[in-house]
Design a protein around this ligand. Structure first.
Ligand SMILES: *[C@@H]1O[C@H](CO)[C@@H](O)[C@H](O)[C@H]1NC(C)=O
Ligand SMILES: *[C@@H]1O[C@H](CO)[C@@H](O)[C@H](O)[C@H]1NC(C)=O
Ligand SMILES: *[C@@H]1O[C@H](CO)[C@@H](O)[C@H](O)[C@H]1NC(C)=O
Length: 314
């Protein structure tokens, strides 16, 4: 049985109002724990710090900028890609030209694009957490989504790692619904109009979304990799029983709300301790905190153990 919705041509507005997720009153008592002990899979215990694992920060902290750039070969030009990626067989939802573009910028591989519940991140609306990604940009977009364990410093480095999802959103109104299991940390970015490259470190040179599902479900927009990236709006709907049918999100993160920005206005990207801030994240269902390194942490909550996230690329 086809478990996924294929809504490529559905209109933006129609899709937004077609949202059937239930919406509840905001949590009144949100907390952001400094360190969370949780379980992934059957027996793996891990510390799950909700945010800040998918930018340059962690990798640079782990290995230093020099070894980072030495380890990671940046795509200098499309023709010099060292990718082994094949576009002979395409994942569900990925077009041939989009795959060729990904290979040309040096991406390591296509996404897995699982069309069944793989316990992580898959195409379809049957998971406890669902994301609807919508092209509102008027140009072809490629959604890229990865799985990022807390201690995995290269998860978002698309020159060396295989993403979970790479999906074509060719025109305004193109959309895809993606599920995530609870206690799944991950992120996404987008390739805009066949013009977004990878950064010198191998991350997608654009705006990121970051999330962690489950007990401390949180989502945010990060502009640390590229402060001049494309715009996005992330709207959070709770998965709790409907007590409110107004279809209002319980929290919103966008380019200046619950968003991570470099503190200095003169840098194009940042990520080291003390170089970035979390902006305007004090509203309902949003949390701001300080992590063990003194860096800001937090984002949009209100979707504990299940909810719906609507992401509109502008
Ligand atoms: C491509 O495959 C070759 C042979 O398996 C390997 O040596 C090389 O490291 C691979 N390149 C990348 C970018 O993975
Ligand atoms: C991350 O943590 C998990 C669980 O503790 C472990 O299995 C895995 O090897 C770790 N990965 C790295 C890169 O340290
Ligand atoms: C998108 O790419 C096309 C083809 O290169 C170009 O003509 C157009 O101006 C681009 N649009 C935007 C908004 O970047």
């Amino acid at each position: 049985m086809m478990a996924f919705k294929y809504v490529r041509t559905m209109m933006l507005l129609l899709l937004s109002s077609n949202n059937t997720t239930s919406h509840a009153i905001p949590h009144s008592n949100l907390k952001i724990p400094g360190a969370i002990t949780t379980r992934y899979g059957s027996n793996t215990e891990q510390v799950n710090v909700p945010l800040y694992r998918t930018t340059v920060t962690d990798a640079m902290t782990a290995s230093g900028p020099n070894t980072q750039s030495a380890r990671v070969e940046a795509p200098k030009a499309a023709s010099q890609s060292n990718s082994n990626m094949s576009c002979f067989s395409l994942g569900y939802g990925l077009s041939g030209p989009d795959c060729e573009y990904m290979a040309a910028i040096g991406m390591f591989d296509q996404g897995r694009n699982a069309i069944y519940n793989n316990g992580k991140i898959w195409l379809g609306g049957d998971g406890p957490n669902t994301f609807t990604f919508i092209n509102g940009a008027g140009v072809p977009l490629i959604l890229v989504m990865w799985y990022a364990l807390f201690n995995d410093s290269t998860a978002s480095f698309m020159n060396v790692r295989r993403p979970e999802i790479t999906y074509s959103l060719p025109e305004t109104g193109s959309a895809v619904e993606i599920s995530a299991e609870n206690e799944i940390p991950g992120g996404w970015s987008l390739l805009y109009n066949h013009s977004t490259p990878l950064s010198d470190y191998g991350q997608i040179w654009n705006t990121f979304g970051e999330f962690s599902t489950g007990t401390y479900a949180t989502v945010d927009v990060s502009r640390l990799v590229n402060m001049a990236g494309n715009s996005v709006t992330v709207r959070v709907f709770t998965g709790e029983p409907a007590v409110d049918t107004t279809l209002q999100p319980v929290c919103v993160s966008d380019m200046r709300t619950c968003a991570y920005l470099c503190t200095s206005k003169s840098v194009r990207s940042c990520g080291a301790t003390g170089t970035y801030q979390l902006l305007n994240c004090g509203g309902p269902n949003s949390v701001e905190g300080i992590d063990e390194h003194g860096n800001p942490t937090g984002g949009c909550q209100g979707w504990t153990n299940g909810g719906h996230i609507e992401v509109i690329f502008l």
